[in-house]
Design a binder for this molecule. Structure first.
Ligand code: FES
Length: 254
């Protein structure tokens, strides 16, 4: 798919949790073609920061020609985004990469921490398939995603490490019960590798198709620096997360 270079105008840029922001941006050309799991390379127009930041597409509102982006402040670039106000402009390159392949059957979406962001748009796209969503975080402050997901499903499970919301424990501890209680066909997951590795293992045991979206540092984002690569388990080939992913079949990664 052709990558676009467009100007996006910020509609809202709201702090939603500790160091986490949700931004809605008017960008009609991107809204028209972005798919769940794809990402964008973004910089503030006029910024002295040379590098663009890779940010996932959290959702799309085609009616209003907007996209939403959720990001955690972790450095200079994201701190600059956090300081931006409505009507300020972003330079957006994208959509980039290969997102989730939407399959038939009942889906289970599993997100850990910021990994929930791309699953919002995925839940929107799969809303007719009665999706089940499992949200995991360290504590209550990290599982605020429910408010963005609940318009697409009422089957939401929550886990927190400290038990401050939902089931006390990790997502993968609850996963076997969810698979036993619901008629799940496909699993889509995004979050820390340690979580996705366990999800992939359980998916394999239960013979469920599983796609994983990898979170990697991306220096160039265009397949040149090789900083985001891994060796595929099935293909044996060097795979580039930025241009071939970020979504891969679980068996190729873990
Ligand atoms: Fe440079 Fe992927 S980020 S090759």
């Amino acid at each position: 798919m052709k990558k676009l270079l467009v100007e996006g105008c910020i509609i809202t840029n709201e702090k939603i949790s500790d160091r986490i922001y949700h931004m809605i941006v008017q960008a009609p050309e991107i809204a028209a073609c972005a798919q769940p799991g794809q990402f964008l390379h973004v910089k503030k127009i006029g910024s002295a920061n040379f590098l663009r930041r890779p940010l996932g597409v959290a959702n799309v509102d085609k009616k209003n020609n907007t996209i939403s982006i959720a990001y955690r402040v972790i450095g200079k670039g994201t701190a600059e985004f956090a300081g931006m106000k409505e009507r300020e402009k972003l330079s957006i390159l994208g959509p980039i990469g290969n997102g989730f392949v939407l399959k038939e059957g009942r889906p289970l979406l599993i997100g850990g921490g910021m990994g929930m962001a791309p699953l919002i748009y995925l839940a929107a796209k799969l809303r007719d398939k009665d999706p089940v969503v499992l949200i995991g975080g360290k504590n209550k402050q990290e599982v605020f995603w429910e408010k963005y997901i609940k318009e697409f499903t009422d089957k939401i499970y929550i886990t927190t490490d400290d038990g401050s919301a939902g089931f006390k424990g990790f997502t993968v501890q609850l996963l076997p019960k969810i698979l036993q209680d619901n008629n799940i066909d496909n699993i889509y997951t995004c979050g820390p590798d340690i979580m996705m590795r366990s999800v992939a293992k359980i998916a394999d045991e239960y013979k469920k198709d599983c796609q994983v979206s990898l979170e990697r540092r991306m220096a160039c984002g265009i397949g040149v620096c090789l900083g985001c690569t891994f060796t595929g388990k099935v293909t044996g080939k060097r795979r580039k997360v930025c241009t071939e992913g970020p979504v891969f079949p679980a068996e190729e990664v873990f």
